[in-house]
Design a protein around this ligand. Structure first.
Ligand code: SF4
Ligand code: SF4
Length: 516
């Protein structure tokens, strides 16, 4: 339907504005992959949809898909999202205000297929053309016609993974219509009814987490080894002997954190341990399966998997008799555990669940912890994770912290609830199959890398080390890949960091800097 070329994408500022022929072209699938896999949407494959073997198979897929859409529109089967879905389908005024707000559509050079309302127009057409006779829905206006066949569905499945679910469009819409939700609902039908989902989110994500305890594959024994490793590292870095508590019954706080932090960035949970210890806070981690991994990829594509993992998290907290769950620096875990779980949990499991950001703010602004901002005297900007900031409205605690401990803190533009997604939202940061990572870098993350480079344009010497503070594991994974892809660290010395590490780095009694 579309062939993406670098020359059509939005232009990047210096020093990322090399001549076009020096920029990396978008990767195509190999010939062998193209023979097996459908990439007719835009030449990119996020899911690796295999071409069908027979006409019977094609018809079966269409039948199952329509059955899934019927379920999507019924209270009984879609009690989680039916209301916002039907409102979003019924009341769009077609004004296209949302289009300019969408970072994917904008970065792509306004490719029609990435327009936020493109997916909802197709959904309306399917309902109007194939399900209206069943009295399911009448929009009161005529939708476009769509031919529902295997090719349409394969493209639609891929298209539902060209949206980061950032909901910037929903915020811009004068009627509050949520086109991110429409992409999510398509993903849900493909997963729940047809078994089509990116393997990183399903087999290697929620299935593995429920089986081994973590989407990283970390089993309880490995978690215990890492916990001990973190204790040793804290002692080495700070001279403090701190026991990281685990399975402490009756603790005030159960900290659930993205297990990717324990594996890739242990300094972040180490920083939480140092801060909680310094303030004498009663807290614990859990060694139960999934208790040490806050991720819930179900939030991106499948309500059943979402519910299974959310139930595990709160059941563990209930068994430990903690007062509350505090969700660590992970945006989608905030959304899944604090917001979406409200739609799923029975009253006896409705344990208080809060964000770590106000907890960190209380620590920093309490005055109980000695902090020296001069230890963070380098340029720092803040990336706002969509789920924490736009979805939950938690935008100020992290700013108040940075303003008090980072003298050279500078805002990105736009920021706060108007931020651009890092391009790794909606599961993209962990989706690394076929040629999708190339699209994730060149298109989905384009507005963010542009914003980062523009933010640091006036911060003087390119050699001065600068930090993007990103209080979210998935955003950090995406920023790591973006900085590497665009060679930004090499060109202007920009790195990424979590928030808790910056706080610990300001503690004057540390032997050496805490930042890597
Ligand atoms: S949710 Fe974000 S990526 Fe998806 S259509 Fe809306 S603005 Fe675009
Ligand atoms: S801004 Fe809202 S009403 Fe306007 S086209 Fe987009 S979704 Fe429809």
């Amino acid at each position: 339907m579309v062939t993406l070329e670098i020359k059509d994408l939005i232009k990047l500022p210096p020093p990322l504005n090399q001549p076009l022929n020096e920029q990396q072209p978008l990767k195509l699938l190999t010939d062998e992959q193209s023979r097996r896999i459908d990439a007719s949407l835009d030449g990119i494959s996020a899911i690796g949809i295999l071409k069908p073997g027979s006409q019977q198979e094609e018809e079966e897929i269409v039948r199952k898909f329509l059955g899934g859409i019927e379920k999507l529109l019924s209270e009984e089967n879609n009690w989680t999202f039916l209301k916002p879905l039907t409102l979003s389908l019924k009341y769009c005024a077609s004004c296209q205000t949302c289009s300019d707000a969408c970072p994917v559509y904008t970065a792509s050079g306004k490719q029609e297929i990435y327009r936020p309302t493109y997916r909802s127009e197709i959904l309306r057409a399917i309902i109007q053309g194939y399900l209206k006779k069943k009295g399911l829905f009448n929009f009161g206006f005529t939708a476009k016609k769509v031919d529902l066949n295997w090719s349409t569905l394969a493209r639609l499945a891929e298209l539902s993974y060209r949206c980061t679910l950032c909901r910037r469009c929903a915020q811009a819409c004068p009627l509050g219509i949520d086109n991110g939700l429409i992409a999510h609902e398509f993903r849900k039908v493909f997963s729940q009814e047809l078994g089509i989902a990116p393997k990183e989110l399903h087999q290697m994500g929620t299935v593995r987490q429920l089986d081994t305890g973590s989407s990283t594959g970390m089993r309880p024994k490995a978690f215990e080894d890492i916990r001990r490793f973190m204790e040793e590292e804290i002692e080495e870095k700070t001279g403090k002997k701190i026991a990281i508590p685990v399975d402490v019954k009756g603790a005030d706080i159960l900290l659930v954190h993205n297990a990717g932090e324990f594996v890739s960035w242990p300094e972040n949970p180490e920083a939480f341990a140092i801060l909680f210890d310094a303030l004498g806070i009663s807290w614990t981690l859990s060694s139960e399966l999934a208790g040490y991994d806050a991720v819930n990829y179900g939030a991106w594509y499948d309500d059943f998997q979402l519910a299974r993992i959310a139930m595990r998290h709160v059941s563990i907290a209930k068994d430990l008799k903690v007062n509350k769950i505090v969700v660590g620096e992970c945006g989608h875990a905030h959304k899944a555990t604090i917001v979406l779980a409200d739609r799923l949990l029975p009253p006896d499991l409705a344990i208080p669940r809060i964000s770590c950001l106000p907890v960190l703010e209380d620590i920093v602004l309490s005055g109980k912890l000695k902090l020296d901002p001069q230890r963070n005297n380098f340029p720092v900007t803040l990336h706002d994770p969509c789920n924490i900031v736009r979805m939950m409205g938690i935008s100020q605690p992290q700013r108040r912290i940075l303003r008090s401990i980072c003298p050279q803190f500078v805002e990105m533009e736009p920021h706060g609830v108007d931020n651009y997604c890092c391009g790794g939202g909606g599961g993209f940061a962990v989706m690394n199959s076929l040629n999708f990572p190339d699209w994730r870098m060149a298109v989905a993350g384009r507005m963010k890398i542009k914003q980062i480079v523009e933010t640091f344009r006036d911060t003087g010497n390119p050699e001065t080390k600068k930090y993007v503070c990103a209080p979210c594991s998935n955003c950090k994974a995406q920023l790591r890949d973006l900085l590497e892809y665009y060679k930004v660290e090499e060109k202007i010395n920009v790195a990424y960091i979590g928030l808790a590490e910056l706080i610990v780095n300001a503690m004057p009694d540390l032997k050496e800097p805490f930042l890597p």
